[in-house]
Design a protein around this ligand. Structure first.
Ligand SMILES: [Cu+2]
Length: 311
């Protein structure tokens, strides 16, 4: 298991990380991370996995430039699934990101020899999914960078406050396994950190639905079922008019409090319209996790966040 890192150079702030998931078809996927040694500023990592809904992310601990330190945990067994290395390089413009101002994100993906990968499979109607969260998991965004060709994905974002943000990109180059890479972005500007606290009641209201989340088992390493139940926000009547969002009834992203674990989970039955949506996953370790369910109704998507404690 290894690491990751972050590097700063004169113009751009480049950080990279990656890891490998060697999954199995079972409920749990094993993952494995490999760090790449860096030299100057073009960094990278590797990744590949055969897992489907279970993506265990990893990230770097940022240290002083030059101090390579990273860590990863986790990795139960695994059939040694075929690992194909790839390199992912993040860069940000301007080099110093500022809250309230546009930040350009480039993610360049290349093969082990550094040749840009050209073709990416669609996964839920998109080639690449980019999730951005603040350090305290209070901020969440899910965007789909434009594919500019030649292995380059681009996205502009504006972040509301300063602080540390974690970015996770998941994608599948043709001929490779599904891969997740991540990095940390430091943004100048004021911010406050909220303490993450497990919900007492797993029920959230939005103007599209009142959503209740039932979880079968909150134990690390166990198969866990997440069942979202949708009611009309005014009448309380069970909703059956949920609409597909990116080809499925909903999408769930789960991130651990320490920002090390990233799970992107798709529904057991993609075609439903309510009043329930079921997802199966496995929390890799104990601790607090934030769960964001993304759904669509009346032509608009809505997000419901929950915080749970896994024993
Ligand atoms: Cu997405």
């Amino acid at each position: 298991m290894t690491i990751k890192k972050m590097i700063r150079d004169r113009q751009s702030y480049v950080a990279v990380l990656a890891f490998i998931l060697a999954g199995t078809l079972g409920a749990f996927s094993a993952d494995r991370v490999q760090g790449a040694a860096y030299s100057s500023h073009n960094q990278t990592i590797i990744a590949s996995d055969q897992g489907h809904e279970h993506h265990h992310g990893t990230i770097e601990k940022s240290k002083q430039p030059g101090s390579d330190q990273a860590e990863h945990h986790h990795g139960h067994h695994s059939d040694e699934a075929e690992d194909r290395q790839l390199y992912a390089e993040w860069s940000f413009q301007p080099g110093e990101a500022v809250a309230g101002q546009a930040i350009g994100i480039d993610l360049q993906i290349a093969d082990a020899e550094g040749e840009p990968l050209q073709k990416f499979e669609d996964n839920h109607e998109r080639k690449l999914h980019l999730i951005i969260v603040s350090e305290d998991l209070g901020y969440f965004d899910h965007v789909h960078p434009e594919y500019a060709g030649n292995g380059l994905f681009r996205q502009y974002i504006v972040l509301p406050a300063g602080g540390k943000y974690k970015l996770f990109a998941d994608f599948q180059p043709a001929g490779y396994a599904h891969t997740t890479v991540s990095t940390t972005l430091h943004v100048s500007g004021e911010y406050t950190l909220e303490r993450l606290i497990a919900d007492q009641e797993r029920i959230k209201s939005t103007d599209k639905a009142v959503v209740e989340l039932a979880i079968t088992e909150l134990a690390a390493g166990q198969e866990t079922e997440l069942v979202f139940d949708f009611r009309h926000p005014k009448t309380g009547v069970p909703l059956t008019d949920l609409q597909p969002y990116l080809g499925a009834i909903g999408h769930v992203v789960i991130i651990s409090e320490d920002l090390e674990q990233y799970l992107h989970v798709h529904p057991v039955n993609e075609r439903g319209s309510g009043p329930e949506a079921r997802f199966v996953t496995s929390f890799p370790d104990e601790g607090l996790y934030r769960i964001w369910g993304q759904f669509q109704r009346e032509g608009e998507t809505f997000i419901v966040p929950f915080t749970v404690k896994v024993q």
